[in-house]
Design a protein around this ligand. Structure first.
Ligand SMILES: NC(=O)C1=CN([C@@H]2O[C@H](COP(=O)(O)OP(=O)(O)OC[C@H]3O[C@@H](n4cnc5c(N)ncnc54)[C@H](O)[C@@H]3O)[C@@H](O)[C@H]2O)C=CC1
Ligand SMILES: O=C(O)CCC(=O)C(=O)O
Length: 430
């Protein structure tokens, strides 16, 4: 009963759009952003809502609602993931699309921002139902996506398989001679279907790298530091993998199925094997004890990696946090009130648009390879990713120092100023 109430409360608290707008307005005020450009950036360019029918395994038809919001393309084609989750709605897609615009701009990529998905609980559907849902969604999106227009990628509850279905369906709508030119309509594909080495781990590796750069700056040795992770999917797993390799100790994990703790350490690969064998759930893992979910963020640890949904760190639990670093693997995990509390407590936050930008940087590399007919080796991809992320990280640190602001404000300022410059140089709003 208690767990049910907590879960319901969490879903109701999702207000990511308000969060991202407040973050944007705060940064825009601080740089006195050109009011015309501000008007453009606070709106989304295009919003598509589609309702489409799919036949279920039992013969009945279900109608699904899908979204694709294209926030801004001043710097290049729209780019961003597709999420399959019960909390996906137009406001969530708007918020996540905006974060993508800031993220790609900060990373110096030739992209804009978009996001979308389908409102559903994927655990309720079979593999073949999910394939049919994805294919029908792709038809419904039609030419609103495209390799030079809007390029989706994986997000919560979507993966390389989902991207392969989208690619295959999208290609089937094109004349045979054009099909191979459309390989880069999605990124995060399986390697055999045009994906890139390293895209699977790119986001988690990026999260790890930003923690490592931060630790080097602060002269913190990551060995034997305790970290806890919310979400043990693509981002949570790979971040844990690289932190463990560096000598840090994973002591607690929370996912949609429950919360587990072992102060002596949880083996990342044993937990992955358990989760893979249990429908992607960590609940019941023998190497740790089960804990009430409300205790998670207050656990004794050095680093917290939220790598699940938005608005998870709120004014309620921020006060209890003992860690000195929060590395935002997820998009929008910390709300504005919580951030104020954390900063006052002297806790550093590596903001999402920097911390998890390794994913879209990896996607950019995949897109480039497809576009140019190239195939890069894993070490080449990882080295390029590190170089790009290092540039962003130190630019954020430098801006934070010069302007005497926190890392999120600095990251937003860099991202918004790049967009402002593009509009001004094009002569639209001098
Ligand atoms: N996959 C990618 O390349 C990127 C993902 N992100 C962000 O990282 C976050 C995680 O994404 P993925 O790892 O790709 O998704 P995923 O679907 O692979 O994993 C999601 C994880 O979150 C857990 N989760 C769901 N609801 C939860 C709840 N209420 N409490 C605790 N845990 C919960 C799930 O059980 C699962 O372990 C999202 O915010 C996503 O937008 C950001 C950049 C890129
Ligand atoms: O890889 C991409 O294109 C975008 C990934 C994504 O959705 C994100 O960074 O939030």
């Amino acid at each position: 009963m208690v767990t049910k109430t907590l879960k319901k409360k969490r879903v109701l608290k999702q207000g990511m759009l308000e969060n991202v707008m407040r973050q944007f307005n705060h940064a825009a005020d601080s740089i006195d952003l050109n009011p015309n450009i501000r008007k453009i950036l606070e709106m989304t360019n295009n919003e598509l809502v589609v309702h489409f029918p799919v036949r279920m395994d039992n013969g009945e038809v279900e109608v699904f609602t899908g979204y694709r919001v294209q926030h801004n393309n001043a710097l290049g084609p729209y780019k961003g993931g597709l999420r399959y989750h019960a909390t996906v709605d137009i406001d969530a897609a708007r918020a996540l699309a905006m974060w993508m615009t800031w993220k790609t701009s900060l990373a110096g990529l030739p992209y804009g921002g978009a996001k979308g998905g389908i409102q559903l609980n994927p655990k309720k559907y079979s593999h073949s139902e999910l394939e049919r849902i994805t294919r029908r969604f792709t038809y419904a999106l039609g030419d609103n996506i495209g390799p030079e227009l809007d390029i989706p990628a994986p997000d919560v509850n979507t993966n390389a398989q989902t991207m392969a279905w989208i690619l295959d369906t999208y290609m089937s709508t094109k004349p045979p001679a054009e099909r191979s030119m459309n390989m880069h309509v999605v990124t995060g594909k399986p390697i055999g279907a045009g994906g890139s080495e390293g895209r699977d781990r790119a986001t988690g590796y990026g999260v790890f790298l930003t923690i490592k750069f931060w630790a080097e700056q602060k002269k913190v040795d990551l060995r034997n530091r305790k970290f806890i992770v919310q979400g043990f999917g693509n981002v949570g797993y790979w971040t844990s993998h690289f932190l463990e390799k560096e000598g840090a100790i994973l002591t607690a994990v929370q996912d949609a199925s429950g919360t587990i703790l072992n102060e002596k350490g949880i083996s990342v690969d044993s937990l992955l094997a358990y989760s893979d064998a249990n429908n992607r759930s960590i609940y019941g893992f023998a190497g740790a004890k089960s804990l009430d979910s409300s205790e998670f963020f207050g656990l004794d640890c050095d680093i917290i990696v939220p790598a699940a949904l938005g608005n998870q760190i709120t004014a309620d639990n921020a006060k209890k946090i003992k860690a000195y670093l929060i590395a935002e693997g997820a998009n929008g995990p910390t709300d504005v009130e919580a951030e104020e509390i954390l900063l006052k407590k002297g806790i550093d936050i590596i903001p999402d648009i920097l911390c998890n930008s390794g994913g879209v940087i990896g996607s950019y590399f995949e897109w480039l390879q497809n576009r140019n007919g190239e195939i890069w080796q894993l070490d080449e991809v990882m080295a390029k990713l590190e170089k790009k992320l290092k540039e962003s990280f130190f630019k954020v640190m430098e801006t934070a120092k010069i302007r005497n602001v926190d890392m999120r404000s600095a990251a937003f300022i860099i991202a918004i100023e790049r967009l402002e410059e593009a509009y001004v140089q094009r002569g639209i709003f001098p």
